[in-house]
Design a protein. Structure first.
Lengths: 113, 109
């Protein structure tokens, strides 16, 4: 099993550009989630999904969109990148909800100039 | 925000000593989990304790939970240089997952 994979590992964007961060898991987990990690802030939940076709907002959803067309994939879209979105982004999956052990991807380091 | 807080923010100990870190959270929880993050890597699950449990062990890890004080502690016994990492507590409320700010542990060989 590959676990949770994320691409790309690094990305530099200019203000106003859009992009999609990819996340995939091969463990047949229903629950998937996206976090951003900023220095001194811990991880903050952006969006989550409890199954294909179902998504919901987390703590910091503004500026991000998600969709979940399959169980395996949960892409995160930045609509119009801003310097405040410079961060490290982690995708995770775990069972049927956050009450299960969560498995994290290796992260994407994003810089917005 | 329902984010928890870890204490201390940073901890430096000698190899072989015990390390204790604490987590406080704000609202009622169903479960509390602890994760480890090595520098530049993703998080790895360490242990889960349910709200009706008071203590749990896993190898060199001991976790306690006091729901009346909304706090948890993680004890790592006989620490090793390989334990150097950041440690985060996380709580679930409904379908959302909230992380604390983390404790950075350095174990000096």
């Amino acid at each position: 099993n590959a676990g949770v994979t994320q691409t790309p590992k690094f990305q530099v964007l200019k203000t106003g550009q859009s992009m999609t961060l990819q996340c995939a898991q091969d463990m047949n987990h229903e629950y998937m989630s996206w976090y951003r990690q900023d220095p001194g802030m811990g991880l903050r939940l952006i969006h989550y999904s409890v199954g294909a076709g179902i998504t919901d907002q987390g703590e910091v959803p503004n500026g991000y969109n998600v969709s979940r067309s399959t169980t395996e994939d949960f892409p995160l879209r930045l609509l119009s990148a801003a310097p405040s979105q410079t961060s490290v982004y982690f995708c995770a999956s775990g069972g049927t909800g956050p009450w299960n052990e969560q498995f994290f991807g290796p992260g994407t380091r994003l810089t917005v100039l | 925000s329902q984010q928890g807080e870890e204490d201390p923010q940073a901890l430096s100990i000698q190899e072989g000593e015990n390390a204790t870190m604490n987590c406080s959270y704000k609202t009622s929880i169903n479960n509390l989990q602890w994760y480890r993050q090595n520098s530049g890597r993703g998080l790895v699950h360490l242990i889960l304790i349910r709200s009706n449990e008071r203590e749990k062990h896993s190898g060199r890890l001991r976790v306690t939970l006091d729901t009346s004080k909304k706090s948890s502690s993680l004890l790592i016994t006989a620490s090793r240089a390989a334990d150097t990492a950041s440690y985060f507590c996380a709580t679930d409320a409904g379908n959302q997952f909230y992380f604390g700010t983390g404790t950075s542990l350095t174990v000096i060989p």
